[in-house]
Design a protein around this ligand. Structure first.
Ligand code: PMP
Length: 395
């Protein structure tokens, strides 16, 4: 997929809105603009019904019921609502420990830090292996009567690692701990059909699944809804769990995106994407420059994710040299304006220099064979140009 002159290899940052999704949303900006909470007239009822159907479609994607879906502004808010909401509710409870994996998204790690610093919980970071996997036995070792909740993502946003959520959630359940799963990157990567039956809380984000940005959900198991303290108070919408007028068009867009993922022969789409990813990777590894893969190979990886290190180079320099031809990302997060090497790459054993020489390329359903070919060509040219600059030192 090209955006004007740019090959788009950044689908894990955000996906384009599927045209079918957009078409379903448009009427809700126009003639069906009613407030879904306006209960006194037909315009409101119609929007309300459409939002309820969207919740149903999203619930269907993960094997939940519609009344267990709380709309949020995205996965960041969903992760906050799950962990901060639970942590605030349980401040006087007996269980005082929270377990999170070392490779979680910042919207989980930062909430965990707040739970520790402001609410007195103890937070433990579970280690990962060189592929970014949390082992069930490590989790079992860390679990005890003091653990309130465990939060482990389904699919990593940087290196694409797919976790054994069923096994991990089962271990947590046996120890009486609650299990939250940040599944923001999962809908494209795996079948989620029954995931909600294994976990207690689950976060999704529409803009990672060909829906619009600005909307997500938190699945909260029905019997746990009174153990979540809301983050936003007001008119009491969504059973008081998240007040505020729902953005109907966005909710409907997320519902439509979920329906498409359920309806399309997804395994087929995934295996086509996986094959293209592997072709892209093989071609990168075949370039006459040192290139190494970060993270796992094969089925245990997001089918569109390739994360590689170009030893001796700077990812920023490479991405700059690729402009405007190709869009991809470094893993580094920018905290208070100071770029830091990715905590994910460090957790799998990379040095700071290696992490800063790593780039995530993420392919999507719209990526073609010729995009792959052209991208590798551009990357080869960029490496060639950079290798002539004296500061670059290939190993
Ligand atoms: N979790 C993961 C794993 C993500 O990849 C992202 C987005 N980068 C988020 C949470 C945050 O999602 P949102 O943009 O919807 O707030």
């Amino acid at each position: 997929m090209r955006i004007s002159r740019t090959l788009y290899f950044d689908h894990q940052a955000t996906t384009p809105v599927d045209e079918r999704v957009l078409q379903k949303m448009i009427p809700f900006f126009r003639e069906k603009f009613g407030n879904p909470h306006a209960s006194d007239h037909r315009v409101g009822w119609e929007t309300s019904r459409a939002v309820a159907e969207a919740a149903h479609s999203i619930a269907n994607l993960i094997g939940a019921d519609a009344d267990e879906i709380v709309f949020t502004s995205g996965a960041t808010e969903a992760n906050n609502l799950a962990l901060l909401g639970l942590g605030r509710h349980e401040t006087a409870g007996a269980r005082r420990k929270i377990l999170v994996s070392a490779v979680e998204h910042k919207s989980v790690l930062e909430v965990a830090r707040i739970l520790e610093q402001k609410l007195g919980y103890t937070v433990e970071h579970l280690p990962v292996d060189k592929d970014g996997r949390v082992s069930v036995s490590d989790l079992e070792d860390a679990l005890d009567d003091d653990v309130l909740a465990v939060s482990i993502m389904a699919v990593n946003n940087e290196i694409g690692t797919i976790q054994d959520i069923n096994g991990l959630a089962e271990a947590a359940r046996k120890a009486g701990a609650l299990f939250h799963c940040d599944a923001a990157q999962a809908p494209v990567a795996m079948n989620l059909e029954s995931l909600a039956r294994d976990v207690d809380f689950l976060s999704l984000s529409a803009h990672k699944m060909y829906g619009p940005a600005g909307i997500g959900i938190l699945y909260i198991r029905r019997d746990l809804q009174d153990r979540i303290e809301p983050l936003i108070y007001g008119g009491g919408q969504q059973n008081g769990l998240r007040s505020g007028t729902l953005p109907a068009a966005l909710c409907i867009g997320m519902g439509a995106a979920a329906e498409i993922l359920v309806a399309q022969a997804n395994e087929k789409e995934r295996s086509i994407l996986r094959k293209r990813r592997d072709t892209f990777l093989e071609k990168l590894l075949g370039l006459p420059w040192p290139v190494r893969l970060n993270g796992p190979r094969g089925e245990n990886r997001h089918p569109g994710n390739v994360n590689v290190v170009f030893p001796g180079l700077s990812a920023h320099d490479i991405l700059n040299a690729l402009q405007p031809g190709l869009a991809a990302s470094t893993g580094s997060a920018c905290t208070s304006g100071i770029p830091e090497p990715s905590h994910v790459l460090k957790a799998i054993g990379l040095t700071g220099d290696e992490a800063e020489a790593s780039i995530r390329f993420s392919l999507g359903f719209g990526t073609t064979d010729s995009d792959v070919e052209d991208a590798v060509g551009l990357i080869g040219q960029a490496l060639e140009r950079l290798s002539k600059i004296p500061s670059a030192h290939f190993e």
